[in-house]
Design a protein around this ligand. Structure first.
Ligand code: FES
Length: 172
């Protein structure tokens, strides 16, 4: 399991045992959980919200969610590590997620990945030095007719070729 040493949050929450998370984000997550009809069965939903707010799910955020939901840190970690859409490491401002499922791979997704790596100078799972981009690969995202497919943040790009990568990066 990841340790707290990688947390990038500073100057935040002063609640004992709740690390240094930004209080405004903690409050937003508190409010989100308070609005749920029940906490049971909503751990994935809450982790989604936490990732949306904090950008990723370091140990501090997992612990905060565990406290909020009344479950163990081990349970939160189990869920967060099971789903590929959860990340425990920081992502870029514009996270690039490239599908490497079979259909996308057959249509040269690996070459698209290589093109991003070359242009951005980072490997899969890394963030560019300016914090702008990160690259991740995913298993099939269920849109094989659009292969190869990728997302930059919320924006979807379909039928991407390696030649288009430079153009895509230039949009941000
Ligand atoms: S393999 Fe990429 S969407 Fe299915």
């Amino acid at each position: 399991m990841q340790t707290g040493s990688t947390c990038q949050f500073t100057g935040g929450c002063t609640t004992p045992g709740r690390s240094t998370l930004p209080p405004t984000l903690c409050q937003e997550l508190d409010d989100f959980v308070a609005d749920l009809p029940t906490r049971e069965g909503h751990l994935v939903t809450v982790l989604h919200k936490a990732q949306q707010l904090f950008g990723y799910l370091p140990r501090e955020v997992q612990q905060y969610v565990a406290d909020l939901m009344g479950v163990s840190l081990a349970k939160v970690y189990g869920v967060a590590s099971f789903y590929t859409f959860f990340s425990m490491v920081p992502k870029g401002k514009y996270p690039i997620s490239i599908c490497m499922g079979t259909a996308c791979y057959v249509k040269q997704a690996h070459k698209v990945v290589d093109a991003f790596k070359d242009i951005l100078g980072v490997e899969i799972g890394q963030v560019t030095s300016d914090g702008k981009f990160s690259i991740d690969v995913l298993r099939c995202v269920g849109a094989c007719a659009l292969a190869p497919i990728l997302t930059v943040g919320e924006k979807v790009y379909a039928h991407v070729t390696p030649d288009q990568v430079k153009e895509i990066v230039a949009e941000y």
